[in-house]
Design a protein around this ligand. Structure first.
Ligand SMILES: [Zn+2]
Ligand SMILES: [Zn+2]
Length: 372
């Protein structure tokens, strides 16, 4: 895979720049590099595409966060998650900025379908084991009745005479820089290059219909909240033969009632009473593989951590498992009965701080061996 440049660098902004600045910077670059302004200049075109891709990612707060954390791998460019951004369509993003008036884009023919996003919540266990899911995605599909061309079957589709079918017309205008020729969307056919006399009754001439589709989705083991799975070509149908968009499934993993998660590692807080902490104990703790007995040594301190190697979650790409960390929390009793207090005082007399211990301890010792 070719080395990709940093998105912030491409847009010429600082990593912590505000969304407005991002937008400003992209807009400026896009105006400068747009293919219609740089005909036959492949360098401008590739820079334009790179800027559009960078903006598409950084303008989405979630994907920007993912990119900040994991770089290009975090936004669908790494192995395992989709095939990268080759063939990436920038029609939609461009329309959002300039509308269809710039260069006849927008309503023109062969527009790629929009990308879709589907938020999917899964259980902690499903993130650990991986799973198969069926999801229902409402989306625009190509109309079968008219094969997407928008005309009632058997009726004619005529080539627009205003633009000769190109969907674009040239318009000269005077500006302070002299005469500027702009290419704009054809007003007669709205940039479609063709005129439908009788629209398809099924899709009302749109060429696309909304339909819910069931999709099987394989969720790899080890996914975390924010992981994205890209299903190429499962977005909205393209317009009149345009390529379909992609579907991005964004994962949210439910929290486990007992186990915390830190990337691939699992954290478990083990509550010990004072006696267990002082004398040690064998205690069953939950892990993703089921309960495991852990040996707590005598004298365990608050916050002391024990590692269960390989008991974490698998890495989504390598499958290598993290560890589980068992953190000791010593619980100090609050509501003691008189008898319990009495007992504790006795223990305290034996094991309290050295300077206090010495007196009580030796007193007791003397009594015990009858020195007095
Ligand atoms: Zn036309
Ligand atoms: Zn139709």
């Amino acid at each position: 895979m070719a080395i990709k440049r940093d998105y912030y660098e491409i847009l010429g902004v600082a990593r912590d720049c505000a969304p407005e600045e991002l937008k400003r910077s992209f807009r400026k670059l896009a105006m400068e590099l747009h293919p219609d302004r740089n005909p036959g200049n492949p360098e401008a075109e590739s820079r334009f595409k790179a800027a559009a891709e960078a903006y598409q990612v950084l303008s989405d707060p979630e994907r920007r966060r993912s990119y900040d954390m994991f770089g290009h791998a975090g936004v669908g460019n790494g192995a395992g998650f989709g095939q990268g951004f080759e063939g990436f369509g920038f029609g939609d993003i461009f329309d959002a900025f300039f509308g269809s008036g710039f260069g006849g884009r927008g309503q023109s023919r062969n527009t790629r379908g929009s990308d879709l996003r589907y938020d999917l919540t899964i259980a902690f266990e499903e993130a650990y084991l991986g799973s198969e899911k069926e999801i229902e995605v409402p989306r625009l599909v190509t109309c079968e009745k008219c094969s997407g061309n928008g005309a009632q079957p058997g009726t004619s589709v005529e080539t627009c005479t205003t633009c000769g079918g190109s969907g674009q017309v040239r318009r000269a205008a005077q500006s302070i820089f002299g005469q500027v020729v702009n290419v704009v969307s054809c007003p007669s056919c709205q940039g479609q290059g063709r005129i439908v006399r009788q629209p398809c009754s099924e899709c009302r001439g749109q060429g696309r219909l909304e339909k819910t589709r069931r999709l099987k989705l394989r969720i790899p083991a080890g996914v975390d909240t924010g992981s994205q799975i890209r299903l190429t070509g499962e977005g909205e149908a393209g317009v009149r033969g345009g390529a379909p968009g992609d579907l991005y499934v964004v994962i949210r993993v439910k929290e486990h009632p007992q186990l915390g998660r830190r990337d691939q590692d699992v954290v478990y807080e083990l509550k010990l009473n004072m006696v267990q902490a002082a004398l040690g104990d064998r205690i069953e703790v939950p892990t993703v593989d089921g309960p495991v007995e852990v040996s707590i040594p005598p004298g365990t301190q608050y916050g002391q951590t024990f590692r269960l190697s390989g008991k974490g979650l698998p890495h989504v790409r390598t499958g290598r498992r993290g560890d589980q960390f068992v953190v000791a929390q010593v619980v100090v009793p609050k509501d003691l009965s008189t008898a319990q207090k009495q007992l504790l005082k006795q223990v305290g007399g034996l094991t309290g701080k050295p300077e206090k211990v010495s007196k009580g301890f030796f007193d007791k010792l003397r009594q015990a061996i009858n020195l007095d």
